[in-house]
Design a protein around this ligand. Structure first.
Ligand code: C2E
Ligand code: MG
Ligand code: MG
Ligand code: MG
Length: 282
């Protein structure tokens, strides 16, 4: 099974295009079983504030454990849950893990904003805000400790209804971000309507910056656009100092990428944060 999925991944992701008709037929069942068995993990990747060199926040990223007998690469996992109506179940599991693990960091003295990826699909659900508020209550956590990165795999059908849900989430205290801005369906209409706190530039553009003038121009345009709306910008996928400096010169506020850290398990994050803090306050 493991081999079949890896072969599939090699095949369909080489082009960066998910070809759903090529997925093994048992994938939905496999994914449902992993979620059902509480088999998912979460790793965390820091976002660093460039002006202060402080850890601004962390992004929670779901993983199927690599030693899982039915290992599923994250791209395949997300594509499958989106396609098979499992995205809510996955998201709730991720939120549970994040709230449990972060309550342990808090006890250990690390209080950091955590961003969770929220499929825009879920914004169409009437009970979303109540569910999220309930989770916060159970874990005695205030929504202001949580950010929601809106990720899109389908066009938001009802912008007015989505705006209402986002305003309610904002009112509760959640931070809101538009993920992978400039790719997929994310649109200017959202900037005008949604009560968001930041824009995130997809690594697709960031990673082309050194080689491609066009990518640099796209990144610069997104940064200027965000600033015109009074929003800070996060760039994901920064792997080297040259890209970091280009982004800094363009006024980008925050950086996320392998240059600083790869996504890591909760235990490791505590150690990493302490070390990063030590180096940058020395
Ligand atoms: P994303 O939200 O845009 O997350 C950023 C992705 O870029 C992550 O991929 C991260 O590991 C990767 N990345 C960060 N810095 C670098 C870098 O310097 N170099 C390279 N090569 N990659 C970097 P990942 O973890 O594979 O996640 C892929 C996507 O899956 C995410 O993209 C997000 O859209 C989705 N996803 C992950 N976790 C969840 C989740 O809990 N719920 C939902 N709905 N989607 C999720
Ligand atoms: Mg994200
Ligand atoms: Mg992103
Ligand atoms: Mg991305």
């Amino acid at each position: 099974q493991k081999k079949a999925l890896n072969e599939h991944q090699k095949f369909s992701f080489a082009s960066g295009n998910v070809q759903t008709n090529l997925l093994p037929e048992n994938l939905p069942k496999l994914v449902a079983e992993v979620i059902e068995a509480n088999g998912l993990n979460v790793v965390y990747q820091p976002k660093v504030d460039l002006s202060t060199m402080r850890i601004h926040s962390v992004e929670a990223l779901v993983r199927c454990p690599s030693d899982h007998p039915e290992y599923i690469p994250v791209n395949v996992l997300i594509e499958t849950v989106e396609r098979c109506g499992l995205v809510e179940a996955l998201t709730l599991q991720v939120i549970n893990i994040v709230l449990r693990e972060s309550s342990q960091w808090q006890a250990a003295g690390l209080d950091v904003l955590i961003w969770i990826n929220l499929s825009a699909r879920l914004l169409a659900q009437a009970h979303l805000t109540a569910t999220l508020a309930h989770k916060m209550n159970i874990w005695l956590t205030h929504p202001s400790r949580i950010g929601l990165e809106l990720t899109e795999s389908a066009l938001i059908q009802d912008v007015a209804q989505t705006t209402e849900v986002l305003c309610e989430l904002k009112r509760l205290g959640f931070h809101l971000s538009i993920d992978d801005f400039g790719t997929g369906y994310s649109s200017f209409a959202y900037l005008r309507r949604f009560p968001i706190d930041e824009l995130k530039i997809d690594k697709l553009f960031v990673q082309g910056m050194i080689e491609s003038l066009q990518d640099r121009q796209i990144v610069k345009s997104i940064i200027d656009l965000a600033h015109n709306f009074g929003l800070p910008v996060v760039a994901e996928g920064v792997e080297d100092e040259k890209t970091l400096n280009l982004l800094k010169d363009m006024g980008c506020e925050q950086i996320q990428g392998f240059y600083f850290a790869k996504p890591m398990p909760a235990e490791q994050l505590l150690i990493w944060c302490a070390e990063f803090h030590r180096i940058h306050t020395a």
